[in-house]
Ligand binder design. Structure first.
Ligand code: PAF
Length: 283
């Protein structure tokens, strides 16, 4: 298994993509911040089914981290990432520098409304601006036919869809199911921060969200179900719960029982913030 080619600047990326297009090949993109795990590999496998060529960007995007967040600590392991990309036969890794993405004088921010309201934005007010700006740049740099995003970051997926719709970016956004460990814990690069005891607690998150979703499907009141989930998370060992909320799956508007719904949550274990979401089951 050979590692993919690496393009560390936009010119090299575009030259490769031009060459593929000359041969009539479609291009799928998987944007990542590296520290790849099985969840990312599942996105790449889907990308490879959607197009002849797959480009994976690896860029820890400073614009989506608040000054208090873990930008410096965020795991960076390019050699290991390239080895993992070899296992799923990604064609190209795009690894731009911060200076190339945000050169001196860079002064543009993309602010997406709609699904970005509340949830993550209540706790990370500049997060989606950072995500939307970098994703728009990546799409304009790579001009992929489609791009794959995980449902694990469900609000991000909805924001990226809104971004493409609103700006007429001709990129098909494909949502991919969350990959979980044997205990249902959603794969995340931040799981690497968890000690053994924290890992046991983290594995309760999906169970408690599923219980809340089942209660909602069984006509429990929304406040009762989400309050109960919050109490259960604290009892399980989470120190702080940022939110547990039910939202409409498509728009992320407040959920109404006649609509497809999703229960979304963010909670803290020590210094680590975990997010997850599950579907409200339908009869
Ligand atoms: O989900 C992520 O890893 C990041 O938010 C993304 C989409 C790569 C943008 O930096």
């Amino acid at each position: 298994m050979s590692r993919p080619e690496v393009a560390d600047n936009v010119e090299a990326l575009r030259a490769q993509i031009r060459d593929w297009r000359r041969h009539g090949q479609r291009v799928a993109m998987v944007p990542t911040m590296g520290a790849l795990h099985e969840g990312h590999l599942s996105l790449i496998r889907i990308a490879r089914e959607k197009a002849e060529r797959c480009v994976v960007s690896i860029f820890v995007n400073p614009a989506q981290f608040a000054p208090t967040e873990d930008l410096d600590k965020y795991p960076r392991q390019l050699a290991r990432d390239l080895d993992m990309l070899a296992t799923v036969k990604a064609d190209l890794a795009f690894t731009p520098t911060v200076g190339a993405m945000y050169p001196a004088g860079f002064a543009t921010k993309i602010s997406v409304g709609g699904p970005s309201a509340g949830l993550e934005s209540d706790f990370r007010p500049t997060f989606f601006e950072g995500v939307a700006t970098v994703v728009a740049k990546l799409f304009l740099q790579a001009t992929p036919d489609c791009a794959v995003f995980g449902e694990k970051d469900y609000q991000q997926l909805c924001v990226v869809r809104q971004l493409c719709r609103d700006l007429d970016l001709p990129v098909e956004i494909v949502g991919a199911p969350t990959i979980r460990d044997a205990y249902g814990l959603a794969m995340s690069s931040r799981n690497a921060y968890l000690g053994d005891a924290e890992l046991q607690t983290a594995r309760r998150l999906n169970v408690i969200l599923r219980e809340a979703a089942a209660a909602l499907a069984g006509n429990a009141g929304q406040k009762d179900a989400t309050d109960e989930a919050t109490s259960s998370l604290i009892a399980a060992g989470f120190q702080k719960v940022d939110y547990v909320e039910a939202r409409e799956s498509l728009t992320l508007a407040p959920w109404r029982p006649d609509r497809a719904g999703r229960v979304l949550a963010a909670a803290w274990l020590g210094q680590t913030r975990l997010i997850d979401n599950v579907e409200v089951p339908t009869a």
